[in-house]
Every structure is written in structure tokens, then in C-alpha cells.
Design a protein around this ligand. Structure first.
Ligand code: HGY
Ligand code: MN
Ligand code: MN
Length: 416
């Protein structure tokens, strides 16, 4: 395999333009995107990727949870494919690079192999995983979790969003609006390697003036839902002593949780991202309060310890209301494959790109796929490390540099 030929065929202008084209789908006034999973905007992005893929003669297919695959054939059609990708769904106030970069860098790699006339033994597949963000439908990384058998398809299809829409119905609507041949049978098929490109979503690469992050691991992550039940009452006539105020109880519980999860070295990540209070009327004492918890740490033992603390706090602070905490998902810390890590580092070095090994604070679909096959990730910088924010930004040069490393890594792995 001619070293560097795949990288040389990566086109910075084409990759940048594809980001601009995709950013129009769900684009927000501040230049970000609101393209939530299985929305009309998600369907539009699926159609655009599908049109680009068909125009290049790649095959397109989807699976029962809506993961979207673009396949470039190898000389040995029966060989297990090498795969790369990420997600096209975004946060409600998301950026145009989170997830989308990994899908477009994978697609750019397929195009570069094609343009360079490089045949590979193994097929190379680019993937857009369904619902990585998990902001509309919980849990996140759902498409890759079902593909890897971490979550059951039948359970995920019954998940409801905050308005009560059932995932199964939203998925059917999306696949109707963005049709693709359905690979029959349960989601999942054998893979040889998986490598995902992503913006870092943190400031380390920029601070240390590195272009490529050689990702070694992903920290463990868990999500919970706390539900508090009180009693609706009149805001004007009900004395405090007679109230079962669900929001007041939720506040007590949340405050105690924030205190209990403050650690000296600021490693534990604890976030309450959504709070819903019902009936949501200014002059009715809330009878119901529900809030989400996102908790992360590199050690599962630390997460276990803090999970117990959260449960104790809910039991101790709910009265006179009642409350429960339900764990929605738990993903153990991921350690990537040393051979893939070494290959990413070697290809970055061969291209003269300053690089550093680093763990990922953010979750990614690779955390599930790493259970199926040797996997790794490639990070590129994003401005001031800002992400999950409409001002998320990256440079065309860095995006193309990451795609060049990815193209070289995929070309090498597809001939192993
Ligand atoms: O939440 C995460 O870590 C990912 O960005 N969805
Ligand atoms: Mn992401
Ligand atoms: Mn994200």
C-alpha cells in the first residue's frame, strides 16, 4: 500500500464544504445546529449523505434501529469490513462538528481511497449511528449500543421522548422520509476494526498546540432519572407545613447531590441537565418534579460509590414527598486497542502532525463498538474546547489533518 497516497487524496475544501452543506440542516441563527435524533432535520441529513454516497457508487443500507451505512467494496467481499463513523444527530443547541465530523471524515476517507484508485482487501464502511446524543430519546449512543448488543432493540423501540413520542414511530417516520435498503435480521454484523474521528470537545489539544489526539480511553458514564411525587395545592391558601411541594423536595435532593459529588481533584462529572415540573402553573404547588442526572468518571468503582450516595440522598431528602431514582444507562470505562492506538500515532507521525495520547471525557459510539472489535479514536482540536454549544468551532486545516490520518489508518487496516 503506497504510504501517504490515501492521505494525499483527502481534499480540505470538499470536506469543509460538506460540513457547510450539512450545517444548513437544522441550522440555528448563531451558526450551530438543532438536528435532534429522528427529527425531520435528521432525515434530511440522512438523505444528503445518501445522495453523496450513491453519486460515488458506494452502497447504502440501514438497520432496524436506523443506523445508516455507506459501503465501499473491497477485493474480498466476504472479508469482515473495517468501519469508521460517528453521529449526525445533535444537541438542541449543538455545534456543526460534534459527530458530523466523524461521519464526514469517514466519508472523505472513502472518497480519497476512490480518488487515489486504492483497492483494499476488506470493504470499508462509513456509518452514521442513530441517536448518539440521547437528548431527545434516552439513553444516548443508542444505535451503536443496539448494534453491539449493549441495549435490546425491542426495549429501545419503546422508549418515549419528553413529549411522549415513541421511538418506534419516530424511526418509522424518519426511514420513510429518508429511505435506504434495510439490512434484514437483527442489528449488528462482524467487524474487523473500528476507528472514529471526533472533535476533542475539550481544550487540551489547542492548549498543547497538537493537531491530533491519539485517544487511549473513554471514561465511564451513567445516566439516571429522579422522579419526585408530591401533591398539587393552591399557592395562595396552602400553608408551607401542609405542602407536599415536589419541586422543593427535588431542590433539596439536587443540592445534596451537588455537594456529595464535589471531589477534591475535580475529576467526577455530575450534571443535572433537564428539570420538568408539573403541572407547571405559577399558582399551583408542583405535584411532580423529574430531573436527569449524567455522572462520569474514569473509574467504575468511584461511580458505584457515588451511585449509592445518590440513592441514599433520594431516600433521606424526599419527605414529605416520595421520590425514586432509576438508572437509565451505565457504560463502563473503555480502553482502546493498543495496536490501533499505535497505528493512529504512527500515521499522525508519518504525516508530520504534532500529536499526543489522551483519554476522552466525552462519550462516543466507539465505547460500544470497542466491545466488538479492536477500536480507536482520532481527535482534532475545537476552538477553546467548546462543544454542546452553538459557537462550537474548528478549522478546515485541522479537520482535513484528522481525515488524512483516518484515511491512512483505514487503508492500512483494510489490508491487514
Ligand atoms: O455526552 C457525550 O459525551 C456525547 O457528546 N454525546
Ligand atoms: Mn459526539
Ligand atoms: Mn455530543
Amino acid at each position: 500500500m503506497a504510504e501517504g497516497k490515501a492521505a494525499a487524496a483527502v481534499r480540505e475544501d470538499r470536506l469543509w464544504q460538506r460540513h457547510a452543506d450539512m450545517a444548513k440542516l437544522g441550522g440555528t441563527p448563531k451558526g450551530g445546529v438543532n438536528r435532534q435524533a429522528l427529527s425531520a432535520e435528521d432525515a434530511a441529513a440522512r438523505n444528503l449523505l445518501g445522495a453523496w454516497a450513491t453519486a460515488r457508487g458506494f452502497s447504502l443500507f440501514t438497520d432496524a434501529i436506523g443506523n445508516l451505512f455507506v459501503r465501499r467494496e473491497g477485493t474480498d467481499a466476504s472479508a469482515r469490513p473495517v468501519m469508521s463513523g460517528s453521529h449526525m444527530d445533535s444537541q438542541p443547541t449543538g455545534g456543526r462538528f460534534d459527530g458530523m465530523y466523524g461521519v464526514l471524515a469517514a466519508f472523505e476517507s472513502l472518497e480519497a481511497l476512490e480518488d487515489a484508485g486504492l483497492r483494499t482487501r476488506r470493504p470499508v464502511v462509513a456509518v452514521a449511528w442513530t441517536n448518539e446524543e440521547g437528548s431527545r430519546f434516552q439513553p444516548g449512543a443508542m444505535g451503536s449500543a443496539v448494534f453491539a448488543g449493549h441495549n435490546r432493540l425491542d426495549e429501545m423501540l419503546q422508549v418515549k421522548d419528553w413529549k411522549g413520542v415513541v421511538l418506534k414511530d419516530a424511526l418509522a417516520e424518519t426511514l420513510k422520509a429518508a429511505p435506504a435498503p434495510l439490512r434484514d435480521g437483527p442489528p449488528g454484523f462482524p467487524l474487523d476494526f473500528y476507528v472514529e474521528a471526533h472533535i476533542e470537545q475539550g481544550p487540551r489539544l489547542e492548549n498543547e498546540k497538537k493537531t491530533i489526539g491519539v485517544v487511549t480511553a473513554i471514561q465511564g458514564s451513567r445516566r439516571y432519572i429522579v422522579s419526585v411525587a408530591g401533591e398539587e395545592a393552591h399557592a395562595g391558601t396552602t400553608p408551607r407545613a401542609a405542602r407536599k411541594d415536589a419541586f422543593a423536595a427535588a431542590l433539596r435532593i439536587a443540592q445534596a447531590m451537588y455537594e456529595a459529588t464535589t471531589d477534591r481533584d475535580d475529576t467526577l462529572r455530575f450534571t443535572i441537565g433537564r428539570v420538568d415540573v408539573a403541572p407547571g402553573s405559577p399558582n399551583t404547588v408542583p405535584g411532580k418534579a423529574v430531573f436527569t442526572i449524567d455522572m462520569r468518571h474514569p473509574s467504575d468503582a468511584v461511580l458505584d460509590t457515588h451511585e449509592k450516595k445518590l440513592e441514599e440522598i433520594v431516600a433521606a431528602r424526599a419527605a414529605p414527598c416520595t421520590a425514586g431514582i432509576e438508572r437509565v444507562t451505565a457504560v463502563a470505562p473503555t480502553v482502546f486497542d493498543p495496536a490501533v492506538i499505535d497505528l493512529v500515532r504512527a500515521k499522525a507521525g508519518a504525516l508530520g502532525l504534532p500529536n499526543m495520547d489522551m483519554p476522552s471525557g466525552a462519550g462516543h459510539d466507539a465505547m460500544h463498538i470497542a466491545k466488538l472489535c479492536p477500536s480507536g479514536m482520532i481527535f482534532v482540536p475545537c476552538e477553546r474546547g467548546i462543544s454542546h454549544n452553538e459557537i462550537e468551532n474548528a478549522t478546515p486545516q485541522d479537520l482535513a489533518a484528522g481525515a488524512r490520518v483516518l484515511a491512512e489508518v483505514l487503508a492500512a487496516l483494510a489490508n491487514r
